[in-house]
Design a protein around this ligand. Sequence first.
Ligand code: FES
Ligand code: FES
Length: 159
Amino acid sequence: MKMTREITLQVNGREEKVAVEDADTLLEVLRDRFKLWSVREGCGVGACGTCTVLLDGRPVSSCFLLAVRAAGREILTLEGLRDGKDLHPIQEAFVTQRALQCAYCTPGFVLSVKALLDEIPDPSDDEIREYLSGNLCRCAGYADILRAVRVAQVSSKLA
Ligand code: FES
Ligand code: FES
């Protein structure tokens, strides 16, 4: 028997009530209910990082997390990162450094980079590689992504 319950999610700074079934993933709720299309499904089994969102500031695979487990916690998606019409400095860095090709993986990478720089403001190359190891890019632009992290790091310090 399917169980439905109402939970409260803090999505991009707004408190939202939503009825979910116990088996609904956070990915399904963010896309189907909140129409947050930046949250994308890749593997669907927690292995590629494409569906990454930040939960209380930490990257999680939203395809692999039940929505009920996110109740009352802060969720950040790419839509919540922008300041009005302006790109966030990390997004800007991905664009200027051409760190995207098809861009399917990009929202997940950008959010992981935000968490990285919030946690380790001056990471080594190895720390960047380790932190982003859960995000896969099929277009294999890893050198460009590393450069974008460095540019974003400088922009964050100037901001
Ligand atoms: S789609 Fe969630 S980790 Fe791959
Ligand atoms: S830019 Fe295409 S999958 Fe990463």
